[in-house]
Design a protein around this ligand. Structure first.
Ligand code: ADE
Length: 231
């Protein structure tokens, strides 16, 4: 998996890339690279954004600047690029990221993530350069960087070697192994704390009963969530 992140703040990703689960997948062959559109801008003074036509607050990332960055980095017209790899613009208006989209993206050989800033992107970037517009939730962040990290984190932990323990990702919340339900509760030592006992079955060493108990709790949590949503 190769992930290129187009961001005006590449230094934000240095910390992210240094985290253990990320460096694990990088050691196993994944690649994470930042590209700064400012380095490709044809405009003077490193300009990358501009005021919105029609007025209004904030600045908008320019379509010519992003074309120049994508073309400069990949050597092809970005209109063509999006037919060859997933080019994902992060924006609050996009498709909300969920487990099925994460699974889908984890199966791609390469991703390009575009981070907008302030008021976001000139709409023509979304229309003509992006293959997808993805949101991490219905709220507005001050830029796409944190959203891009969320996408990277969720996708990279699906890849072999990320978690050390291969079962962790296959039986986690919303996985097929749990029929799309949230994960069951976890406990660790001490077995009793302030009178709060760990469920007896988990101390029994009886793997079949433990498996049944976990699937049942996971199903209950799924039902609870569905009830809360339909209210
Ligand atoms: N950029 C600003 N807000 C965002 C959000 N909620 N999701 C993705 N990108 C964003």
């Amino acid at each position: 998996m190769n992930i290129d992140i187009f961001t005006l703040f590449p230094e934000w990703f240095e910390w992210f890339a240094s985290q253990r689960h990320v460096s694990n997948v990088v050691s196993a062959g994944a690649r994470l690279q930042c590209v700064n559109p400012r380095e490709y801008t044809p405009l003077s003074g490193g300009q990358v954004d501009d005021t919105p036509f029609g007025g209004g607050a904030g600045m908008v990332l320019r379509v010519d600047v992003l074309e120049s960055a994508l073309r400069g980095h990949y050597g092809v017209d970005p209109v063509l690029l999006r037919t060859r790899r997933r080019v994902i613009a992060l924006a609050p208006s996009g498709r909300v990221l969920d487990e099925s989209l994460v699974q889908e993206l984890a199966g791609e050989p390469a991703l390009t993530l575009l981070c907008g800033r302030y008021e976001g992107f000139d709409e023509r970037i979304l229309e003509h350069f992006a293959s997808d517009v993805v949101s991490i939730g219905r709220y507005v962040l001050s830029g796409g960087e944190l959203a891009a990290m969320v996408v990277c984190d969720a996708v990279l932990r699906k890849l072999p070697g990320a978690l050390g323990h291969e079962r962790s990702a296959s039986e986690e919340s919303f996985s097929a192994a749990l029929e799309g339900n949230p994960e069951y509760p976890h406990y660790t030592r001490p077995a009793e704390y302030r009178g709060w006992r760990v469920p007896e079955v988990l101390l029994s060493g009886h793997h079949e009963r433990i498996g049944d108990w976990r699937r049942e709790r996971s199903r209950e949590r799924g039902e609870h969530r569905r009830d809360a949503r339909s209210r």
